[in-house]
Design a protein around this ligand. Structure first.
Ligand SMILES: *[C@@H]1O[C@H](CO)[C@@H](O)[C@H](O)[C@H]1NC(C)=O
Ligand SMILES: *[C@@H]1O[C@H](CO)[C@@H](O)[C@H](O)[C@H]1NC(C)=O
Ligand SMILES: *[C@@H]1O[C@H](CO)[C@@H](O)[C@H](O)[C@H]1NC(C)=O
Ligand SMILES: *[C@@H]1O[C@H](CO)[C@@H](O)[C@H](O)[C@H]1NC(C)=O
Length: 309
């Protein structure tokens, strides 16, 4: 397993207001996308379960590489970075949050709600130099009342991350949503990037929905509403973009510096796709593709912190 560097910083929590709550089990493993390849992404599935509500308990519970599942209960406040071992699943119980506490790990992270992480602290979720990561049902936002660099990214995936799947998540009301590959000059490392993003709701964002450099990205069955910009395919990235829905957005897919996209079955809602056609025509795993007409009703309201454990 590659070295893991997974950062989650949380500063402020919005009150929970999920309309739809779905039962999930702490032993769930990744079943969609690149996270299912190379042995899969199982986190701590099958290991013992610990529920923590203090920083000391969290730090102790997530240490080491033996299988374990850690549930966060309530609000944990601090000024620390907690190192999480491999073979770990971290789950936020409904209404839970970490405030000022960062996590580093190569894990499954589900049902965590993060908001208003200052740029000085970092991205709401940052995954770097890792393999086999599953991010599911997270709720990420800030506001657009400050300049665009007051906060950094909501979900940034950099330094050659492979085998990451992001599903059922709600990214909204923010300037720079999701940066995949951080620099035009980092191609040697980032050409390996493999990301699957499915069943996510992207809303009220200024840019980076996502911005994708160099690697391979599979984006399907997602909803993009009222964003100022679209999917940006850059630096030779090869994207496969299937059965997504856009509304109130002018650019759905756009290229920079030689990025490509194979786009099929999308409802652009009047927005443009100006990316040249690439050669990523088939994902290297099996998956279920919802009919485009069913995507909005399936995704909106269920994406985000809507699981109950
Ligand atoms: C994760 O657990 C497996 C056994 O379940 C073990 O073989 C592997 O070494 C562990 N990973 C790390 C990084 O220790
Ligand atoms: C969209 O973002 C703006 C700027 O922060 C905010 O004022 C507005 O409330 C957001 N819209 C919705 C529907 O949340
Ligand atoms: C698009 O914008 C219009 C006008 O503001 C609004 O009525 C409609 O609900 C929006 N559609 C979506 C899907 O957000
Ligand atoms: C796909 O296109 C890229 C960029 O032009 C190229 O580097 C790569 O070799 C092509 N892959 C295949 C399988 O044709």
């Amino acid at each position: 397993m590659k070295s893991a560097f997974f950062v989650i910083a949380l500063v402020q929590l919005l009150s929970a207001s999920a309309a739809i709550v779905k039962r999930a089990t702490v032993n769930d493993v990744a079943t969609v996308g690149y996270a299912t390849l190379n042995g899969g992404t199982t986190g701590g599935s099958g290991g013992p379960t610990t529920t923590v509500s203090t920083l000391d308990a969290l730090t102790t519970a997530v240490a080491g590489n033996t299988k374990k599942i850690v549930l966060i209960s309530g609000t944990i406040t601090g000024d620390a970075v907690v190192q999480i071992g491999s073979n770990t699943t971290v789950i936020g119980k409904t209404g839970s949050s970490l405030v000022g506490v960062g996590l580093r790990a190569n894990v499954i992270i589900r049902n965590v709600k993060i908001s208003k992480v200052l740029a000085s602290a970092g991205d709401a979720i940052g995954v770097q130099a890792s393999s086999q990561v599953w991010v599911d049902h997270v709720d990420l936002s800030s506001d657009r009342d400050h300049d665009k660099d007051f906060y950094d990214g909501l979900l940034d995936i950099t330094h050659g991350v492979t085998g990451i799947t992001v599903t059922n998540s709600f990214l909204y009301t923010h300037w720079k949503a999701s940066l995949i590959g951080h620099s035009d000059s980092n191609g040697a490392e980032d050409v390996a990037i493999t990301v699957t993003m499915a069943l996510n709701h992207w809303f009220n964002l200024s840019s980076r929905t996502p911005s994708f450099r160099f690697g391979h990205g599979h984006i399907f069955n997602s909803v993009f509403d009222s964003n100022d910009d679209g999917i940006n395919t850059r630096d030779g990235a090869e994207l496969l973009i299937e059965n997504n829905v856009w509304a109130n957005t002018t650019k759905a897919i756009k290229p920079s510096d030689g990025g490509f996209a194979v786009a099929t079955g999308n409802d652009f809602g009047g927005a443009t796709n100006t990316a040249p056609t690439g050669n990523f025509t088939k994902a290297p795993y099996s998956y279920t593709l919802l009919a485009t007409a069913n995507v909005r009703t399936t995704v909106v309201g269920t994406a985000g912190q809507t699981l109950a454990f």
